[in-house]
Ligand binder design. Sequence first.
Ligand SMILES: NC(=O)c1ccc[n+]([C@@H]2O[C@H](COP(=O)([O-])OP(=O)(O)OC[C@H]3O[C@@H](n4cnc5c(N)ncnc54)[C@H](OP(=O)(O)O)[C@@H]3O)[C@@H](O)[C@H]2O)c1
Length: 280
Amino acid sequence: MRALVLGGTGMLGRAVTRYWRRRQQAVLALSHGQADITDRHRLDECVHQFRPELIVNCAAFTQVDRCETERETALAVNGAAVANAVAACESVGARLIHVSTDYVFDGEAESPYAEDTATGPRTVYGESKLEGERQALRYPAALVLRASWLFGPGGPNFAATIRRLLTRATEPLRVVDDQVGCPTYTPFLARAIWDLSVLGMRGVVHYCNREAVSWHGFATEIARTVAPLARIVPVPTSEFPRPAPRPAYSVLETTRFETAVGRRVEPWVSGLAAYLGEHS
Ligand SMILES: NC(=O)c1ccc[n+]([C@@H]2O[C@H](COP(=O)([O-])OP(=O)(O)OC[C@H]3O[C@@H](n4cnc5c(N)ncnc54)[C@H](OP(=O)(O)O)[C@@H]3O)[C@@H](O)[C@H]2O)c1
């Protein structure tokens, strides 16, 4: 499956590229500098040269707090520009897998969000990603893949930050305990993208690793490996006010993925063990 990866040097873009190479499939990973998704002409040029069967859009303005003050950029990159990826796909008959996020939901549910649960973003980032989904879904050969709480090689992420803080900490670490979600290891997500592309899935699919945990629970598991004697104190969200409100509950229902692909989503603890093992 000949694939072009937009945002190919980001955390997920690298994992997808690596997975395609491992399977000895042709893949072209384009960085922001090589192909700005807001530049339709440039995308068309790349697509016509490489002629992919699939475009995986991992390009996004992902700094959730900055999106609050840089609304225009967020809406342009995460929203309107997805139409450029669609046009590029159309021009060569390629399929599109567009990566989206749990932030399209309100974060106030008490049971997992299904693909057809009503959206209701509470942040500019979520709003811009929802607009990107709308643009993608105009294309019949598009799949919107919503994921959550990514961690993996090659990007700033919660696991990397906690690991770094734990190795330097002299004081107990204070970590939020009233936000719950599903950490997702990018190499597992890359495998899911592969599986879904082989099946030719369309519409909206959720993918995240199991089981749901709070940030405090996630940090505690990281500490178990890298600093077993460290103290991690659970604190409420109100202790860390942020420009963009964080969802209290961000668990995605993954039955559609599991039924289509014929396996359960992987446990995040396995991904964490692999991640910490690789980066020890
Ligand atoms: N990280 C998470 O926890 C999380 C959770 C759920 C869903 N997602 C989604 O997963 C996808 C991948 O996220 P990630 O964590 O891999 O993010 P990332 O590491 O920030 O990667 C995003 C990439 O997009 C590039 N980019 C930004 N603006 C661009 C533009 N105008 N044109 C082309 N490329 C551009 C960035 O390049 P520069 O850095 O050079 O600008 C970066 O390489 C995104 O769609 C994100 O919304 C992420």
